[in-house]
Design a protein around this ligand. Sequence first.
Ligand SMILES: [Zn+2]
Length: 465
Amino acid sequence: MKMLLRNLKGVLVLFLLVSIALLVGLSFQQYRSKNELNAAAGENKQALKTRYALAGTIYDADGVILAQSKDGERIYADDPDIAEAVLQVVGDYTHNIGNTIESNYQNILLGNDRNLFRQFALDLFGKGLYGDDITLTESGELAKSAYHLLDGRKGAIVVLNYQTGDILASVSSPSTSPDSVIRYQDIPDTALFNRAFSGSYAPGSTFKLITASAYLESPAYNPDFTIDCDGQSTVDAYGASETGDGHGTVNLSDAIARSCNVFFGQVGVMTGRDALTDTAKAFGYGRTFSVDRLTATPGAIQIPDNVSTLSWVAIGQPVADSVLYTSPLHMAMIAGCIANGGVMVKPHIVQYFTTPAGEVYNQRSVSNELTALSPELCSQLETMMIGTTEHGTGTSAAVSGYTVAAKTGTVQVQGQKNNALCVAYITDDSAPYAVAVIVEEGGAGGETAAPIAGKILGLAAKRQG
Ligand SMILES: [Zn+2]
């Protein structure tokens, strides 16, 4: 009987201890949630700082710390160039930049969205007050290289793995230091804007990939079709033209490699406005892409019933009352979709979460976003895109030791110099990377954006060894 009583007492004491631990954990979390509401109502920096005092760490794909809480301070990457390159993705604890890891994953980083069981287990080990860590797909070093390649010019670069959807680098220039964002001082114009996810750019001749897809699937498709290009539109007097004396006789492959506006203007009209619009939508125009909990601004296409305007949209240049734009992220996804046999995978920026007890959860899984076209058409397009890097407008996007498929673009922007664009990907399964590069007022895509695309693809391939 004594023995039983002692045992019962033991159980009771244990139960009490556990209950206290649970209560302390819960009430602290409740207190913190209340604080958070207060902070949201009239946020002051001190309250925000206190809120993040025990927040989890944000790691990059290589284990580099991008944000951590230490001695009550929230501090960002040690390397100031990495901190600047990943700024618009990682964000800051004052949430002066929206749509970031720091803002959209706040409840994970603070640990106040845990289920009771998990919170209880952490409380037992005295770790219940700490937030969870987040490991990203992004590489700080690769982002830093991409940011340096933009060299202070306005623009964006997105590099992703087209088989898994993992974003390896997403940079937007200009950027600034997390410190200036927190102080809200010395911020260069538009540095808080994430061009990579939220920029709306005319795709220029990179859109010829979509026009080519629409044409290949169209009843109007004729593999022997050629045009004698003298630089002037064959559609009408106002249709898509080009500078110079033209490309001579071109077929579809030549027109991709050498980026012939006259050919694609004509083909766009032969394919028709509805088919072109439908193909653009099949590639994700008009769709809001989620990147885990972040979002990208959707692209848009609208073509009025006018032949010459249609020919300009078919070459990626919106004129008159047509609409055509999308984000750099989406452009990289389109290149990746062609690389991946017509299947566009869902993009990811977060790999997994880790509790303070070291338990990994919420591992990202690979899933399909959409299927845009057949593997056969993709391989036809790919052959033409390889022509771009072998003997066309994008030879500087080539990467030694790999086969690269690419498409360059040069976009006229009213009142500005031309924007330079390039989308490209490595065709080899051993380095399944796609990239989109946009340099605002960078001039010709083949001269400014293509060499950057080649360099960054080379670095991505080298990074994985
Ligand atoms: Zn031409």
